[in-house]
Design a protein around this ligand. Structure first.
Ligand code: ADP
Ligand code: ASP
Ligand code: MG
Length: 407
């Protein structure tokens, strides 16, 4: 519609207290006064989502996911209202809307609902009145009026999907770092800011733990070629552009190192070593919407074998239920869990055509005496499961080994 429509998303840390909300309001108002139409997406204040989840945990060991969504969605309702007030204070017209009010329609997979459609009409109507529209991130509504959420970090997805639906010129993601770095700058102080990164690399980095962007949001951005600018909400310097082709990447083998700590390892012991066992285990997990990440099967001994795999901790309770019931049915042994793991990965499109990349990564860890428990590789990434206590040290060593730091 309008050529100058911009979607601006502000993460939790950008709106952690009243002063920051006021600062965000100023930035939004400036953008409006430069002649743009502005649609703002906001996350819950600071750690509000975690605090709500903690409250739920104090009440219930395994809260119903529908009620978790009902609870978590309140976080964003607080921040949109406060930001609208702050903008009104600065003399501009603003209106806050929940996901349901906007018409962000999702399926009913509570806590990780999938987008079905966005009804842009209400937003366009409000923009036409000269208002700044503030949309609650992370939430949607089903056809039957149940409130859903889009998975952790889901405000990024709200922003990208809105940018697509509204045909915005740009989707700006404001956060507490200056852009996308070669590694989490909180772990690797020498990490370097990338001026540009391709959708493919960002998707891989996000999927492997670079939480600066939610992976699902990049999937959507890539599909509809939504241009994204990740930048700091505290400093006005340029951040990182995420686009189709980032040509600076051509001669770079590895573009980043990532760390994931939210997975757990599950082991089913003494699985009968005969056809169909793995199929049965993983079919039943898939049937419960559980995504399995890495899988290893140990060498068979005396007709049985141990099968280990990783899942996100969020799914651990459900995974154990399924695994124990399958184990019993197929005559396998006990099911054990290990939450002390972490996964370090390297990502880079250039890895395809280079040999020795894996060796370099393993050597970097060997020098640090970090033991590797599981390995998985693809054309553009290598991941290793290690002890969580070694995680940060391993990330720094790998980052150094590939010369990714500031030059
Ligand atoms: P927001 O609340 O703004 O959505 P998030 O906490 O979700 O912010 O994401 C920003 C955080 O992502 C940063 O504070 C940083 O610690 C972390 N991060 C992890 N990997 C990277 C990376 N490669 N580049 C930049 N930030 C990263
Ligand atoms: N508040 C939600 C979360 O913490 C959504 C977001 O921040 O993007 O996951
Ligand atoms: Mg985030």
């Amino acid at each position: 519609m309008s050529a100058s429509l911009i979607v601006q998303k502000f993460g939790g840390s950008s709106v952690a207290n009243p002063e920051r909300i006021q600062r965000v309001a100023q930035r939004v108002v400036e953008t409006k006064r430069q002649g743009h139409q502005v649609v703002v997406v906001v996350s819950a204040l600071g750690d509000a989502t975690d605090e709500l989840l903690e409250l739920a945990r104090q009440i219930s060991h395994e809260p119903p996911e529908r009620e978790l969504d009902m609870l978590m969605a309140t976080g964003e309702q607080v921040s949109v209202a406060l930001l609208a007030m702050a903008i009104e204070e600065l003399g501009e017209d603003a209106i806050s809307l929940t996901g349901a009010q906007v018409g962000i329609l999702t399926d009913g997979t509570h806590t990780k609902a999938k987008l079905i459609d966005i009804n842009a009409r209400r937003i366009f109507e409000e923009l036409a009145k000269g208002r700044i529209v503030i949309v609650a991130g992370f939430q949607g509504v089903t056809m039957t009026q149940d409130i859903t959420t889009l998975g952790r970090g889901g405000s990024d997805l709200t922003a990208v999907a809105l940018a697509k639906a509204l045909k915005a010129e740009l989707c700006e993601i404001y956060t507490d770092v200056e852009g996308v770095f070669t590694a989490d700058p909180r772990i690797v102080p020498t990490a370097r800011k990338l001026s540009a990164i391709s959708y493919d690399e960002m998707l891989e980095m996000a999927s492997l733990g670079a939480q600066v962007m939610q992976a699902r949001s990049i999937f959507v951005a890539k599909r509809f070629e939504v241009p994204i600018h990740v930048r700091s909400s505290f400093i006005s310097r340029e951040g990182t552009m995420i686009t189709k082709a980032a040509k600076a990447m051509e001669d770079v083998v590895v573009s980043g190192v990532t760390l994931q700590k939210d997975e757990a390892k599950v082991t089913i012991r003494d699985v009968p070593d005969k056809p169909g066992m793995a199929a049965q285990i993983f079919r039943e997990l898939a049937g419960k919407d559980i995504n399995v990440d890495m899988i290893i099967q140990n060498v068979s001994r005396e007709g049985s074998t141990d099968v280990s795999f990783t899942v996100v901790k969020h799914d651990l309770a459900a995974t154990l239920r399924v695994a124990r019931s399958v184990a019993q049915r197929i005559g396998a042994g006990e099911v054990t869990t290990d939450e002390g793991i972490a996964k370090v990965s390297i990502v880079g499109i250039g890895m395809r055509s280079h040999s020795g990349v894996a060796a370099k990564m393993f050597e970097a860890m060997a020098r640090e005496r970090v033991n590797i428990e599981m390995i998985s590789t693809s054309e553009i990434k290598i991941s290793c499961v290690i002890r969580k206590t070694h995680a940060e040290r391993a990330v720094r060593a790998i980052h150094r080994a590939f010369g990714l730091g500031k030059r």
